[in-house]
Design a protein around this ligand. Structure first.
Ligand code: FMN
Length: 138
């Protein structure tokens, strides 16, 4: 299996729950999104909540300032609507422009989870685990 790192920008905790499930599935801990340089893992899992159609501030800084040339990236998001799908597409576009390879389905380049009844549900976390396992080749 590839080495992985998981970084998340989560204000309210939903996306962190997803990040923790992914990290647990892949046998790592969620890293510190503010730390530079970025982790030296083969695959970077990057996740954010959706705030006014944008990633959170720390994720925006990371996408803006990070070096992505030749890096493999897997993206995930939570949102109150289908905006999460757009968010992962926007994030994919940004890192692709900076030379990253976005893993997963090009038509839906990441895992977007819609928060229902103000919660991330067990089946969503299971789906995130399965997605992450497939991405990491585990
Ligand atoms: C300030 C703010 C702005 C939001 N904007 C959007 C939005 O534009 N589209 C959407 O689908 N959900 C939006 N939401 C809902 C969040 O994306 C959703 O609750 C998400 O799970 C938050 O992730 P977090 O708990 O990890 O912070 C917004 C929530 C907040 C607090």
């Amino acid at each position: 299996m590839a080495t992985v790192a998981v970084l998340v920008d989560s204000r309210g905790g939903h996306t962190r729950k997803v990040a923790e499930a992914i990290a647990d599935e892949l046998g790592v801990s969620v890293g510190d999104i503010k730390k530079r340089p970025l982790p030296d893992a083969e695959i970077l899992f990057l996740g954010s909540g959706t705030y006014g159609h944008q990633p959170g501030d720390e994720m925006r800084y990371l996408l803006r300032d990070g070096t992505f040339t030749g890096r493999k990236v897997a993206l995930f998001a939570t949102a109150g609507s289908r905006d999460g799908e757009k968010l992962v597409r926007d994030m994919a576009e940004m890192v692709t422009k900076k030379g990253a390879q976005v893993l997963g389905d090009p038509a839906a380049p990441g895992k977007a989870i819609m928060v229902r009844y103000r919660n991330v549900h067990k089946e969503d976390l299971e789906a995130a685990r399965t997605w992450a396992r497939n991405i990491a080749g585990k």
